[in-house]
Design a protein around this ligand. Structure first.
Ligand code: MN
Length: 147
């Protein structure tokens, strides 16, 4: 796990985003950030192996089973990004405003190369979800039916 791609995309003299580092906390947290960039989207991030595994979800997380939402995997973000909210200046990667939309903890139930299953316990979101890899950077985000 490293943050090379994250760091290469940003100018830390200009952006307020954290430089960050790989940190293993032993916690399992998630965040959803509402990112009003050139296109509004939601960034979903899971604390895993010392970084935040990250997906951009154009339409946000599915509210109920049966809805499939595209989730595009993006570069790993540093753990400290979990608290980031603010304005990324014009001309910088991801220029726009970032707000924390939800946050909490998750329980990992399945981890395969092409499938993650977890239960979120956030302030807004709760219940079982899955991310299923389809092709390239594309994943499908689904809400699982309650057992
Ligand atoms: Mn984003």
């Amino acid at each position: 796990m490293n943050l090379k791609e994250y760091r290469e995309k940003r100018d830390f003299k200009t952006t307020p985003e954290p430089l960050g580092e790989v940190v293993n906390t032993g916690q399992s947290r998630f965040v959803v950030q509402r990112h009003q960039a050139s296109h509004l989207h939601f960034d979903f991030r899971l604390e895993m192996n010392g970084v935040l595994k990250s997906w951009a979800v154009p339409k946000g997380l599915p509210a109920k089973p049966g809805i499939r939402r595209l989730a595009v995997q993006v570069e790993d973000h540093p753990l400290s990004y979990i608290d980031f909210a603010g304005t990324i200046p014009e001309g910088q990667y991801g220029a726009g405003t970032v707000e924390i939309w939800d946050r909490g903890e998750y329980t990992l139930e399945k981890k395969m190369d092409d499938r993650l299953e977890f239960t979120l316990q956030g302030e807004k979101l709760s219940g079982g979800y899955a991310l299923i890899h389809t092709n390239g950077q594309n994943w499908l985000f689904i809400k699982r039916k309650p057992k």
